[in-house]
Ligand binder design. Sequence first.
Ligand SMILES: *[C@@H]1O[C@H](CO)[C@@H](O)[C@H](O)[C@H]1NC(C)=O
Ligand SMILES: *[C@@H]1O[C@H](CO)[C@@H](O)[C@H](O)[C@H]1NC(C)=O
Ligand SMILES: *[C@@H]1O[C@H](CO)[C@@H](O)[C@H](O)[C@H]1NC(C)=O
Ligand SMILES: *[C@@H]1O[C@H](CO)[C@@H](O)[C@H](O)[C@H]1NC(C)=O
Ligand SMILES: *[C@@H]1O[C@H](CO)[C@@H](O)[C@H](O)[C@H]1NC(C)=O
Ligand SMILES: *[C@@H]1O[C@H](CO)[C@@H](O)[C@H](O)[C@H]1NC(C)=O
Ligand SMILES: *[C@@H]1O[C@H](CO)[C@@H](O)[C@H](O)[C@H]1NC(C)=O
Ligand SMILES: *[C@@H]1O[C@H](CO)[C@@H](O)[C@H](O)[C@H]1NC(C)=O
Ligand SMILES: *[C@@H]1O[C@H](CO)[C@@H](O)[C@H](O)[C@H]1NC(C)=O
Ligand SMILES: *[C@@H]1O[C@H](CO)[C@@H](O)[C@H](O)[C@H]1NC(C)=O
Length: 453
Amino acid sequence: MHATTSSLFLLVVTSTTFFLTGAIQLQRPNGRGCIPAERNALLSFKKGITADLTNRLSSWHGRDCCQWRGVRCSNKTGHVLRLHLRNQNPDASSVDGCDDVNALFENMASLQVLDLSFCLNNNLVMKGNFKNLYSLEILYITDNGMNGDIAVFMEWLSQCALDTLQELHLGHNNFTGALPNFIGRFTSLTVLDLSNNNLTGSIPPELGNCSYLVNLDLSNNQFSGTPPKLGNCSSLITLDLSYNQLSGIVSTELVASPNLTSLDLSNNNFIGITSLDALINLNLSSNYLHGNIPNKIGAIRSLESLDLSKNMFFGEIPWSLSNLTSLSYLNLSYNNLSGRIPTGRQLDTLNADDPSLMYIGNSGLCGPPLLSTCSGNDNGIDGNERSSRQQELKLMSFYLGLVLGLAAGMWMVFCALLLKKTWRIAYFKFSDKLYDKIYVFVVVKWAFVTRKD
Ligand SMILES: *[C@@H]1O[C@H](CO)[C@@H](O)[C@H](O)[C@H]1NC(C)=O
Ligand SMILES: *[C@@H]1O[C@H](CO)[C@@H](O)[C@H](O)[C@H]1NC(C)=O
Ligand SMILES: *[C@@H]1O[C@H](CO)[C@@H](O)[C@H](O)[C@H]1NC(C)=O
Ligand SMILES: *[C@@H]1O[C@H](CO)[C@@H](O)[C@H](O)[C@H]1NC(C)=O
Ligand SMILES: *[C@@H]1O[C@H](CO)[C@@H](O)[C@H](O)[C@H]1NC(C)=O
Ligand SMILES: *[C@@H]1O[C@H](CO)[C@@H](O)[C@H](O)[C@H]1NC(C)=O
Ligand SMILES: *[C@@H]1O[C@H](CO)[C@@H](O)[C@H](O)[C@H]1NC(C)=O
Ligand SMILES: *[C@@H]1O[C@H](CO)[C@@H](O)[C@H](O)[C@H]1NC(C)=O
Ligand SMILES: *[C@@H]1O[C@H](CO)[C@@H](O)[C@H](O)[C@H]1NC(C)=O
Ligand SMILES: *[C@@H]1O[C@H](CO)[C@@H](O)[C@H](O)[C@H]1NC(C)=O
């Protein structure tokens, strides 16, 4: 009696378990699968796409939305983690849709990566409701023709992803207004790309509190004023503020990052430059920088690219430039520089096709690589130096020719041996004989020498 009740109980338990696992498996085949609410959100998004010209969504059918193209789910929970909906063929005719993003925004609480680039051709995303995207780490909405006040957009983002957001890519849109001060409260930001918008006002100093910021691109906007001291951006590696209306003096104070390697401040209204250090790329082209080019520039030994073209620098080019032995690009054209162009080391190797292009548009410059000769004493000294260098160069090319000739000769012999059997046999016979002869000669001589001792 006891046994039958317990076995009955066991039967009930096992069948219930079986039923339950069966049900779960129905919903999430292979242990993975799709949360129904998220699947519906994706289908609703798909419906909003009026023309899927690049056939992005052809795989979007069937129960398991985790198998759909561009959708990545968590293996553990089944929630959608990543949505890569970037239009892969971003030419105007194929952009048509992504109208219904609200369903996505409202139902994807676990979403970490969202890429809607080149997708929207209207402004609907600005009406979207971000507040449920509280896991968002990376957001790409590049080139979507979005307009409106950037502050409003950022406000929405701050309501959900203030602590989680790491990368924000909003380049090539039509956002307007000023960057709000509370940008400094997105403390996890590593990449901020707001390039090619229509942003105005000054760059908020609070950006200096984004201490994880690695890449900051605010290029091609209408930012004005003096850029703030981004003192706490100690992780910054690239800073691009080109094509704005920024003014003031360029100095190390702007960015105290020891890791900054690339600084592009070209096409602004900067008027002066003080010390800068440890950069690899420095572009200050098209500003109003005036005065002498600081002699200290020769101390930035890491510099590989230096563009100071289209400014108002005057005076002589500092000879310390020849200390920049890593330099592979230099442009000093269209300034008001005068005097002898420095030569030596790396400077003589740059822009080999037409070195004069580095210096054009400076009426007072003289000496090679320009055609105009310098007047005065130092001409002779430099002339001597130059001719001795030319001599060196000739000698170098002579040795190079010698080595190349030798190598070619050896190669021909080797090839001949490789291809022609009879020659090969003859060669080895000959070398064998030679070896025997030398061996006998040496042994006899050696015996002769040692016996004499
Ligand atoms: C989930 O599973 C797939 C295939 O089984 C595997 O390729 C992927 O790396 C897994 N993802 C994670 C986050 O573990
Ligand atoms: C950007 O917005 C301005 C003002 O709203 C408008 O005049 C301009 O045509 C827009 N530009 C683009 C590229 O959408
Ligand atoms: C920026 O805004 C101005 C005026 O609103 C407009 O004329 C211009 O086209 C906009 N620029 C871009 C790149 O949208
Ligand atoms: C940076 O953050 C600190 C503390 O969070 C705050 O005291 C300071 O005022 C902030 N600086 C700026 C420029 O926002
Ligand atoms: C840098 O961070 C410190 C500590 O959080 C803060 O006191 C200071 O105001 C910040 N400086 C700037 C320029 O934001
Ligand atoms: C500079 O970069 C190195 C290597 O990536 C990193 O270890 C270091 O923490 C960075 N320094 C700062 C101040 O972020
Ligand atoms: C510097 O910037 C100017 C204009 O922004 C650009 O034309 C030039 O190619 C840049 N120079 C380098 C070396 O990238
Ligand atoms: C180049 O560097 C050397 C070694 O640091 C220094 O002695 C010299 O003065 C520098 N040359 C110029 C022209 O600055
Ligand atoms: C160029 O510099 C000279 C002095 O070196 C100055 O007299 C002249 O006005 C400057 N020209 C321009 C266009 O700045
Ligand atoms: C330097 O810049 C000027 C103006 O931007 C350009 O015409 C010239 O070709 C550049 N020279 C080199 C060597 O790139």
